[in-house]
Structure formats: structure tokens, C-alpha cells
Write a protein that binds this ligand. Structure first.
Ligand code: SAH
Length: 225
């Protein structure tokens, strides 16, 4: 079938298959995460030219040199946040808005921050069009967090950081969880940091590859204005 001929029913089938073969079979067990991944129309978050590949087992380009993460990585990071209906979440790196939609399906309130104005606007419009009223897209440097709405029960960073930015640690609520890829530009380890009073126990769980986190507490900008 020519890729352009895919309709909503085809996409729903591809989505079900993605959940089964890429997520459930690989050990994603949280029913809320699986449900969200089965519901959110990932194909709406990528451009027309790659839409046919929206449910493939890989990251995809979303413009401005950025990417939407592989479905498995989205699911695994979401599961690691241990969200529930009361959770207030901060996401750093809105990109397409797909991860934000997954978070919004499970949590109470989601703030998501993006440094590129174009991506922030596009994500804001799409999330509104899809009916999400509990996601707030903010343009800014997410390495500084978003102090005005802190503390957060969960913080997810979807770009590669040289180290855990101190402001994000500080904006975690007691018992809150931060999931962040830490490493160089070629490879990172997914780190989970938990707040227990003034101590922050952490562990590394998975090798990943993300685009760089660019900002005051991240990497310096390269070849862009
Ligand atoms: N979560 C996204 C994918 C993220 S790609 C999705 O579901 O589509 C990483 C994003 O982080 C890019 O859009 C990039 O512009 C953004 N980013 C990088 N550094 C940032 C910073 N300091 N603050 C906010 N966003 C940042």
C-alpha cells in the first residue's frame, strides 16, 4: 500500500501492534502507560513525509534537527516516573509534544518547556486540537526548570544532559522522581533520581541516545543563534 493511503483505522492497527511487539513484549508492564500509548495518535506528532513510519521502532525527525523518541523509550521513561492521577509533572524538551500527551493521559497536570519557539507553538496548537487541557507548553530554558509551578512530583528530561541540572533537583517534591539521560553527545545513560529530604539517591537504568540539552545548565549552543 502506498504510504499516503493509510487512514485512521490503519494507524490504530499499527498502534496496537506497536504496543504489543515493542512495549508489552519487551517488558513494559504499567497498564496506564500501555493504555496511553495505545490511545495517543503518534502519527499526528510527525510530519506528513514520515507519517507512515510513525509506529516504527525508531526515533523520527520533527524539524530543527530535533527528534521524537522511539516508542519504547517514551514508554520506559514514563513508567520510571511512576505517575498517577494526582501527579504534577514537568517535562524539559517538548519537541513534538508527543511525550507530553502521554504524560497528560496519566497525570493530573503537565508543564512542558521547549527552547525553540517554533516547536513550542506547534506542540501547543496540536495538543489543544487533540483536546488536552491539562498540558501547559512554555517557551524557555528548561535547564533552569520552571520555578513558578514547582515543586513537581515527577520531572522528565527528553534531551541529553552533561550532568543533572541543580535547579531540577531542587524543584522536585519530597519523594518526587526525576528521569534524565546523562552523558556526552553520542551516548547517555538514563538516570533516575529520587528526592528523600536533602538526599537524592540515583541509579542508571538504560543506555540511550538523545539530542543535546542546550542551556545555562546544559550544553552550550553550537552553530545556531
Ligand atoms: N519529548 C519530545 C522529544 C524531545 S527532542 C517529543 O516527545 O517529541 C528534545 C527537545 O529538547 C528538542 O525539541 C529541543 O529543542 C529541546 N531542548 C533542548 N534543550 C532544551 C532546554 N534547555 N530547554 C527546553 N528544551 C530544550
Amino acid at each position: 500500500m502506498a504510504p499516503t493511503e493509510l487512514d485512521e483505522r490503519d494507524f490504530a492497527n499499527l498502534r496496537r501492534h506497536m504496543v504489543e511487539s515493542q512495549l508489552r513484549r519487551r517488558g513494559i508492564g504499567d497498564a496506564r502507560v500501555l493504555q496511553a500509548m495505545e490511545k495517543v495518535p503518534r502519527h499526528r506528532f510527525v510530519g506528513e513525509t514520515v507519517r507512515w513510519a510513525a509506529y516504527d521502532d525508531e526515533p523520527l525527525p520533527i524539524g530543527l534537527g530535533q527528534t521524537i523518541s522511539q516508542p519504547y523509550v517514551v514508554a520506559r521513561m514514563t513508567e520510571l516516573l511512576e505517575l498517577n492521577r494526582e501527579t504534577r509533572v514537568l517535562e524539559v524538551g517538548t519537541g513534538s509534544g508527543y511525550q507530553a500527551a502521554i504524560l497528560a493521559e496519566i497525570a493530573a497536570e503537565v508543564w512542558t518547556i521547549e527552547r525553540h519557539q517554533v516547536l513550542a507553538e506547534r506542540a501547543r496548537e496540536l495538543l489543544a486540537a487533540l483536546g488536552y487541557t491539562n498540558v501547559h507548553v512554555v517557551r524557555g530554558d528548561g535547564t533552569l526548570g520552571l520555578p513558578e509551578h514547582a515543586p513537581y512530583d515527577a520531572i522528565i528530561v527528553t534531551a541529553a544532559a552533561p550532568q543533572v541540572p541543580a535547579p531540577l533537583r531542587e524543584q522536585l517534591a519530597e519523594g518526587g522522581r526525576l528521569v534524565i539521560p546523562v552523558g556526552d553527545e553520542f551516548s547517555q545513560l538514563l538516570r533516575v533520581v529520587v528526592r528523600r529530604g536533602d538526599v537524592f539517591p540515583e541509579r542508571d537504568v538504560l543506555g540511550v541516545r538523545f539530542v543535546p540539552l542546550v542551556g545555562e545548565q546544559g550544553y552550550p549552543p553550537r552553530g545556531e543563534t
